[in-house]
Ligand binder design. Sequence first.
Ligand code: MN
Length: 252
Amino acid sequence: MTEEAAFTPLVDAHCHVDLYPDPQAIIDASESSGIHTLAVTNAPSVFHHTRQLAAGKKFVRASVGLHPELAYTHAGEVDQLTSLLKVTRFVGEIGLDNTERDKEVRQIQRRVFDMILHECASYGDKILTIHSRRASKDVLDAIGTDYPGRVILHWFSGPLRDLSVAVARGFFFSVNPTMIRSTNGQRIVASIPRDRLLTETDGPFTMIHERACEPGDVQEVIEFLAQQWNVDVREARATVQENFQRMVDAPA
Ligand code: MN
């Protein structure tokens, strides 16, 4: 086998490329190393910059989002997000965050999330990367049982009963280096079927060796999965790559 044929791309299914000091450098590194990188954004108004940086790249996809923690202040940007659905299949970071205590803010979060889900459903082939901190049940309720598209629950930390529901609905889960260092995260990873597992960094919000994680750091998750699954690192890497490819290839 040639070296090229043996090459399996890594996958960073949730990375805030635009929030690093040098976004272009992150994108260039993903492109030259062959790391499938979903460049999520937190508001429609900042999507354009990431989209420009990712233009023409084979491994980097720009994703339009409206982060739940910005939903209240940026609710007026939902229309912008809706029109940007014409130019990308990838949507995120979106979702709900129940660490927010203000009832009104939570209601707006939910309304914004519902509107985005509704618009995405009309396309049928959107790939969503979803935040669900202390809100996994509400996120599952909002998505419902017949959402036509792909769902990735990013950094899932909810109860295993909600995880089972998500598995039954065909959802994917993206796992980062911080998750595999916590007991709860390890318990969750052990419960995710191998054919639904993706890797992510959520960089630059996660740290490794006292610096912000970058897409290549998903290798640490791959090594952990190899141990968990009792397979070699190459096989774990191939499984995650196959999952990503299947998710992207098949429309719903
Ligand atoms: Mn994130």
